[in-house]
Design a protein. Structure first.
Length: 435
């Protein structure tokens, strides 16, 4: 029992220690979550969905009858007609009227039905486009996050280069003061020291710019973007063939599926405008009353002068400057445009997925080659350092070996993160950006 209690206490301490170790670190998932919550561009896309929902509801409400009421009060001077007696009067008068009207659509060429369907298709398309905007934002945040990590590792790399050069500069400075080394070697090292310092400062600037981009996507001050959790570079990434990635992207990408709903929206849009060519039939009714000064109590007049009526209105479009015909043709143009948009997007998607597969393959090969190159140049630099420090070589050979190694390590850092980024791009096209 005592042993079990000690185990529990130890486990709690480990959890607390782990939590403290992660304190202040932002993970990729944290950044994506904040961006989805705060990004104003995404919020604007969300407003579009809300707009589609409201127009869809209104299309349904159009099936309801419309009821309108009005109240009026008039003051007149001179010769006028008394509205209650319908007789001429020649004095100051005040009068008023009230009305209540009802209009019920019976038939309007199926306009309401087609309009509901059109707005429903627009709503479905809008929701998918919003999902696509979320995925695009995720990919943008991932790219910004990876660039920050790249710049951070590059800063460590350049600072390490500077530390090696600084140590070598101190050594050669002592030897130069004692006259035990070639002055040209000393000034070569000193020049390399200045170059390495510039590299550090330029890398700091790159890191700052990357953090600004990430903060902008998250819609937070750059100062609030703390340290980021590192992402492990995988040892191997399974690649897909271009055709497979293209076919999966057509199934997975919400933006692509939204295009089908946009086509359906335009198809029903043609039916909506064609309904204007049909006659329309509506049921209408109303109640009216009035009152006038000097004809008795107002409410008594309203009651006595009340009239009611009901009727049917048939409206037949005969000629309206070919406006309806033009609207039908414009709707057909919109449909053709929607179909072309899908064709264009399909072609673009085929190109981008093929490029994504190619870039992933090239990035992987670059990383493998650079890892081998780093190992070779590291050994060459070790040998050059030994010969240089023993006086059997010069600064040109030493700095050449050092710069080759530094350049290879920098390229390796960049290529590894590019490889990782290409992995995320491929995941994006198959809809597996689950963070």
């Amino acid at each position: 029992m005592k042993c079990n209690l000690l185990c529990v206490v130890y486990l709690v301490c480990c959890i607390v220690s782990l939590a403290k170790g992660q304190d202040g670190l932002l993970s990729l998932a944290d950044c994506v979550k904040q961006a989805i919550q705060n990004n104003p561009t995404l919020k604007r896309e969300e407003l579009n969905v809300e707009r589609f929902e409201l127009t869809h509801k209104q299309a349904k409400y159009d099936r309801l009858p419309s009821i309108n009421g009005s109240v009026s009060h008039n003051i007149s001077q001179g010769k006028t007609i008394n509205p209650t007696t319908n007789q001429f009067i020649d004095n100051n008068n005040s009068s008023g009227g009230q009305s209540l009207s009802l209009d019920v659509p019976i038939f309007n060429g199926f306009y309401i039905l087609h309009n509901i369907r059109m707005k429903s298709n627009a709503l479905d398309a809008g929701k998918l486009e919003y999902e696509g905007a979320i995925n695009d934002l995720k990919l943008d945040v991932i790219e910004a996050y990876v660039k920050v990590l790249t710049a951070q590792d590059m800063l460590k790399q350049t600072e390490g280069q500077l530390a090696v050069t600084t140590e070598q500069l101190h050594r050669n400075e002592i030897l130069n003061n004692e006259g035990a080394t070639n002055p040209g070697d000393f000034y070569d090292i000193k020049g390399q020291y200045s170059s390495d310092r510039n590299s550090v400062e330029l890398t700091r600037q790159t890191l700052h710019n990357a953090r600004v981009t990430l903060a902008e996507l998250m819609n937070v001050p750059v100062q609030s973007v703390g340290e980021l959790q590192s992402i492990d570079i995988p040892s191997n990434i399974a690649a897909r063939d271009a055709e497979s990635l293209f076919e999966q992207s057509m199934i997975a990408l919400p933006q692509y599926k939204a295009l089908d709903w946009r086509i359906k929206e335009m198809q029903t849009g043609v039916k909506v405008v064609k309904s204007e060519l049909w006659p329309s039939l509506s049921l209408n009714g109303g109640m009216n009353s009035n009152y006038s000064k000097g004809e008795g109590a107002v409410f008594t007049q309203i009651k006595n002068n009340l009239s009611k009526g009901v009727g049917i209105t048939l409206s037949v479009p005969i000629f309206n400057q070919f406006r309806n015909r033009t609207q039908v043709k414009l709707a057909q143009v919109s449909l053709n445009e929607a179909e072309l948009n899908k064709e264009i997007f399909t072609n673009l998607l085929r190109t981008k997925t093929a490029q994504a597969v190619f870039d992933l393959d090239i990035s992987q090969k670059n990383v493998i080659n650079l890892r081998d190159q780093e190992a070779s140049y590291a050994e060459a630099f070790r040998i050059a350092t030994v010969h240089f420090e023993s006086g059997n070589s010069n600064s040109v050979i030493y700095l050449t070996a050092k710069n080759k190694l530094d350049a290879t390590r920098s390229q390796l850092i960049i290529s590894q993160y590019e490889w990782l980024m290409q992995k995320y791009v491929n995941d994006y096209y198959v809809g597996s950006l689950d963070l």
